[in-house]
Design a protein around this ligand. Structure first.
Ligand code: PRP
Ligand code: MG
Length: 210
């Protein structure tokens, strides 16, 4: 049997999804002791590769893997959610517009918004009919309004600790985020029975953690 290839998002997603993969009956010993390895074939049914979140759809769309596990934040940013097959109960957080107390959401001057997610930001402001300037940064987004790089930020909030510890507050909620299982459309046909088994087992395992 040809193994199903799964691109798993490295880092936080990987850590949160690992117990679900294990509970679904997948042998994850390799992933548990991975060191610098990137490919895991301990379970003969699957080949799991570790990739950066924004690269999951690149592997999936090229056909290099059949399945991806990735946050809906990345799917939304890449404007590509048609392959999402299963919602996992991990990676739950939300997108917000945040800034300092001094921020005036009705300011006259065109706002400057800093974010790691320019498309999500663009889509949000388009929806509410406001023209803003977007500055793309790569992380520590909360700094931007504190040092005068931007008027406000669009970023992910999970516990709210980062906002609190930097004296920022939420001005608007944009959307919810969670981890999703995405499947290559061609693979849906070619691997139908195997994919059904994978998804049924994952769904059952996920319910134990939800
Ligand atoms: C993420 C996000 C927020 C923070 C939210 O940043 O961009 O800054 O986590 O989590 P919290 O509400 O629980 O504090 P991350 O740690 O991934 O770092 P980065 O933004 O610098 O990449
Ligand atoms: Mg951050």
């Amino acid at each position: 049997m040809v193994p199903i290839k799964i691109a798993l998002t490295k880092g936080r997603t990987e850590e949160q999804v690992l117990p679900i993969l294990e509970a679904s009956g997948i042998d994850c010993q390799g992933l548990r002791n991975k060191r610098r390895r990137l490919i895991f074939k301990e379970d003969p049914r699957y080949e799991i590769i570790l990739v950066k979140g924004p690269d999951v759809l690149t592997y999936l769309n090229s056909g290099a893997v059949q399945v991806g596990i990735v946050g809906s934040d990345i799917l939304a940013e890449q404007r590509n959610s048609q392959y999402a097959m299963l919602d996992l109960s991990v990676g739950k957080c939300r997108f917000v517009l945040a800034s300092t107390e001094a921020f005036d959401p009705h300011q006259q001057r065109r706002k400057i918004i800093a974010t790691k997610y320019p498309n999500i930001t663009k889509d949000y402001f388009q929806r509410i009919g406001e023209d803003v300037e977007i500055v793309k940064i790569e992380g520590s987004v909360e700094l931007a309004p504190l040092v005068g790089l931007a008027d406000a930020i669009v970023d992910i909030v999970e516990t709210g600790n980062t906002l609190r510890e930097n004296n920022l507050r939420i001005y608007a909620k944009l959307m919810q985020v969670n981890t999703k299982l995405v499947v290559n459309r061609l693979a849906l046909k070619q691997f139908r029975p195997q994919l059904r088994v994978l998804m049924t087992n994952l769904q059952r395992a996920d319910a134990k953690f939800a």
